[in-house]
Design a binder for this molecule. Sequence first.
Ligand SMILES: C[S@@+](CC[C@H](N)C(=O)[O-])C[C@H]1O[C@@H](n2cnc3c(N)ncnc32)[C@H](O)[C@@H]1O
Length: 402
Amino acid sequence: MTTLHSSKPLLPLESSASWRDRLATRIDRWMTSPALYQWVLTNPLTRWMVRRRSKQLFEVMAGFVHSQVLLACVRLRLLELVLAQPRTLVELSSLTQLPAAGLQRLLDSAVSMRLLALRGGDRYGLGSLGAPVVAHPGIRDMVEHNATLYEDLRDPLALLRDPDQARMHAYWPYTDHQAGAPQPKAPEAQFARYSALMATSQRFVIDELLAAYPFSEHRCVLDVGGGMGGWVTALARHQPGLQLQLFDLPPVADLAREQIRRQGLAARITAFGGSFTEDPLPTGADLVTLVRVAHDHDDATVLALLRAIQTALPMGGTLLLAEPMAQGDGQASSTDPYFHFYLMAMGSGRLRTPQALGALMTRAGFNHIELAPNPMPLHAQLLVGRKTKCFPSDSTRCVHLD
Ligand SMILES: C[S@@+](CC[C@H](N)C(=O)[O-])C[C@H]1O[C@@H](n2cnc3c(N)ncnc32)[C@H](O)[C@@H]1O
């Protein structure tokens, strides 16, 4: 595991910052100079740079078309149709009831995006990127769900000015409350709708968690914001010696209880209904998991929640926090913009770096904070913190990031 103990100064020294800024400003001018652009383009040794940058920029500009091609493929179940057997344009036109001329454009686009691939006899088969979409219902559900975000992003400036108007905001009933305030009331169907989406999209995170952390070291695990129980039931099957608890809003805990009962795990898993902004958390667990929960909430709520988890854990207990995290340090990331805008449209919460989350954990009283290695950090990165006695003299083991 990587200990979040930074030896770098938090702010660059004044002189090096201004030296770097001056150089960066000069490079900015070169990069936008038409004369230099022409020179780089005509020089065989540098031409590749402009080509690569143009291609990258075109991909950024065209991203909205790519997402809609994917949505069309999902809605038409095109990938399933060609998985059953490679098919011609005429066959697909008849199966999807779309005119061949339009469908041809969709198929050509899907081939160039590697969702489909050309096969012999002018047939279309599954492409390398189409395979995971067919294999995982969670991806298809998210593609369909993203249509809501797409609507919200139609006017990005309107969204930035007034995120409360976003349709995504109305989708998530629990994002409307302030820290410490009671949960707003919403129809049960609304809880069931987002919980079903979470259940299918959680599959990847479950696999990552099971591969990354030694759960056998624990006796009892509490999953806070555990949704319909996909994670606790998978963990129960993976570790037959564990007792488990789940805590979520009452309508969601009811759904989880039903899932747990159906899977014959009621003797090992207890589902508690409540709100972590109002109610104490159940005690008895020596490991608390917080999976894709913190990023939904603002700092004040997350800090109060982390403090409640710290209180609920015994001395020596552990918190395992798993969610998508920001790259930070000005690094390029193709996934960060999605989560930044998704969480803004949702109406609360934000994408945090591991350092920002680690700082909140430290403020809540956790120490020995580490990043657990995760081979696929796209769906979640994993942060582990311990509740231990921490003495000032033991400064190498007590990690304070703020
Ligand atoms: C984004 S979902 C993640 C669910 C699940 N952990 C997963 O990864 O699929 C966040 C969960 O936190 C729950 N939640 C939100 N606010 C809550 C609160 N105040 N008290 C308890 N649970 C809450 C939601 O009901 C939802 O199940």
